[in-house]
Design a binder for this molecule. Structure first.
Ligand SMILES: C[S@@+](CC[C@H](N)C(=O)[O-])C[C@H]1O[C@@H](n2cnc3c(N)ncnc32)[C@H](O)[C@@H]1O
Length: 294
């Protein structure tokens, strides 16, 4: 009976997609057969893009995560979150959750505490390691371990997982049993080069970064736009190119402006890198099968 229950559940690992953006986590985990049972994203434009591209059960879509009680969230095996980085207060200092209360990371902790999923998979910018002189990162590790979860972190370049860009990101992964750890997935060959993406000879093959904001220039609002030299001509990187750089399919739909689409791509995770690490998580869940049966 227990065995049967296990096979039923293993047919589809359930995950939740917090700070969902346009669903980079969703795509990566769905490619590996997992089912999204809850997604939360506050931004209306991101919502449009997410819902135009991903299959969600009725009622699984939610807005602001701070307005949802953790008990309302359905059971799931994996919690995914590419959460915004916010400063923590100095107040708590290892005494409970006081120093993270009121931050979006606190919402993640509350869900882990209430729902006890088998694993979490968090993503952030590499800068989180140095944020507040390293304090933010140590508080994150400390709080996750205080809930009984294991903790591992990896600085991951998309170009090591098939995509033609340098985009160092921080992945944090842990398991509810407090001990399980994964091996870093083997690097993958490039799926395509920038020359393939532009269908022409791009001057540099690898090493571009899909930027978000901060490019104050004559292009004004179009500050997310980037230009490359292809076959001797200056070409703009469009959302069609950006999709491939981030590992999204070429038929992904953007029901928003081109400027918004570029911003959304810049905010999103690199799908192939997430998928490579998720495969390792999935292997662990399968190997420790009965931990999945509640
Ligand atoms: C770094 S992005 C994550 C992108 C996502 N992983 C993807 O693949 O597209 C962080 C997201 O958190 C969302 N966000 C910020 N505050 C939120 C809140 N209170 N509730 C839900 N989403 C929120 C932002 O709108 C943003 O889209």
């Amino acid at each position: 009976m227990q065995q049967l229950q296990f096979f039923d559940q293993m047919q589809q690992i359930r995950f939740i997609d917090l700070f969902a953006g346009i669903g980079g986590f969703h795509l990566a985990l769905a490619r590996q057969g997992a089912q999204c049972v809850f997604a939360s994203e506050i931004n209306e434009n991101a919502k449009k893009t997410y819902l135009a591209n991903h299959n969600l059960d009725a009622g699984a879509w939610h807005g602001d995560i701070t307005l949802i009680e953790p008990q309302q969230i359905p059971d799931h095996e994996v919690l995914c979150a590419g959460f915004p980085c916010q400063p923590f207060s100095q107040a708590g200092q290892k005494k409970g959750f006081d120093d993270v209360r009121g931050t979006l990371f606190f919402n993640i902790l509350q869900i882990l505490e209430e729902k006890k999923p088998e694993a979490y998979f968090l993503e952030n910018v590499r800068g989180l390691l140095k944020h507040d002189n390293g304090r933010t990162f140590s508080v994150i590790q400390e709080k996750l371990e205080a809930l009984g979860y294991s903790f591992q972190s990896f600085v991951v370049k998309s170009s090591d997982y098939g995509l033609p860009q340098h985009r160092p990101r921080l992945f944090m992964i842990g398991f509810r049993d407090g001990v399980t750890k994964i091996e870093q997935p083997e690097k993958l060959p490039l799926k395509y080069t920038m020359s393939d993406i532009f269908s022409g000879n791009c001057e540099k093959e690898v090493g571009f970064t899909l930027r978000v904001g901060g490019r104050g220039s004559v292009y004004g609002d179009r500050r997310n736009w980037e230009f490359y030299k292809v076959d001797g001509e200056i070409r703009r990187l469009t959302s069609k190119h950006g999709l491939l750089m981030q590992g999204f399919p070429s038929d992904f739909i953007f029901p928003v402006s081109e400027i918004e689409a570029m911003k959304q791509l810049g905010n999103s995770v690199s799908v192939d890198a997430i998928e490579a690490f998720y495969k390792k998580i999935k292997e662990k869940l399968s190997a420790e099968q009965f931990t999945l049966v509640k």
